[in-house]
Design a protein around this ligand. Structure first.
Ligand code: ZN
Length: 235
């Protein structure tokens, strides 16, 4: 009836309503549906349900994992349970950079050999890990714990941006390297932060992009080539 496409509001409403509807369908079907409650003992069914909640694990995979855990040695299975317990009880965010840590400061912030004049801003702890594995960077990090994503309702206040500004305000950093993901949201987050930090005397840089090392022009897509041209360097 009132399906005019007059306002974009109706669009956002229906976007917001959809996942809810989906999850309702999902939960009702899983509670009324087949197999588990009838065929498995309570404990097995509970394990399958829990495993099935993990990202990328469907019902079949959950069942396979559950049976695997029943088959392996008891101490091996319990080691998994213990690892989950430890990670939830002992791991927290570093009070300086928001990397994962088991003490007040993470291993990077408490390493006296790091270059404390450089700060690299990443979205997630796993991005930090990727950069660390390259061994190419010796400075410090700041983990945003996400990116600004208005469509998902994530604003700057939900990230660790205020803490980042406070750190830069202290004046120790000479360079802030933006290493958010090369996506629309990552770039938007990077731009927002660059504007915020422009009042401080730090050099703002971002990771180079473009043609991946080891690849050839023929297989690069348009964005990669455009980025490579924009970020070209002197020979
Ligand atoms: Zn830290």
């Amino acid at each position: 009836m009132a399906f005019t496409h007059r306002t974009t509001n109706s669009g956002t409403e229906s976007l917001a309503a959809d996942p809810k509807a989906e999850s309702n369908v999902g939960s009702s079907s899983s509670s009324t549906n087949h197999l588990a409650p009838k065929n498995y003992a309570g404990a097995v069914s509970g394990l399958v349900d829990q495993l099935g909640k993990l990202p990328g694990i469907g019902r079949k995979s959950a069942e396979r994992l559950a049976f695997h855990l029943l088959r392996v040695r008891e101490d091996e299975a319990l080691a998994l349970a213990e690892a989950i317990r430890r990670v939830r009880q002992d791991v927290r965010y570093c009070s300086a950079c928001y990397n994962l840590a088991e003490t007040e400061l993470c291993s990077i912030c408490s390493d006296p050999n790091r270059d404390t004049t450089r700060l690299c801003v990443v979205e997630q702890p796993r991005d930090l890990m990727s950069l660390e594995q390259s061994s190419a960077y010796q400075g410090l990090y700041h983990v945003l714990l996400g990116r600004i994503a208005p469509l998902d309702g994530i604003g700057p206040d939900q990230l660790t941006i205020e803490a980042l500004v406070d750190r830069v305000r202290l004046g120790e950093f000479r360079e802030v390297i933006m290493a958010t993901n090369p996506t629309v949201e990552g770039d938007g987050t990077s731009l927002y932060i660059s504007n915020l930090l422009s009042e401080f005397p730090v050099q703002m840089t971002r990771l180079a992009r473009g043609i991946t090392a080891g690849s050839v022009l023929e297989y690069a897509n348009r964005e990669m080539i455009a980025d490579a041209l924009t970020g070209r360097q002197k020979l």
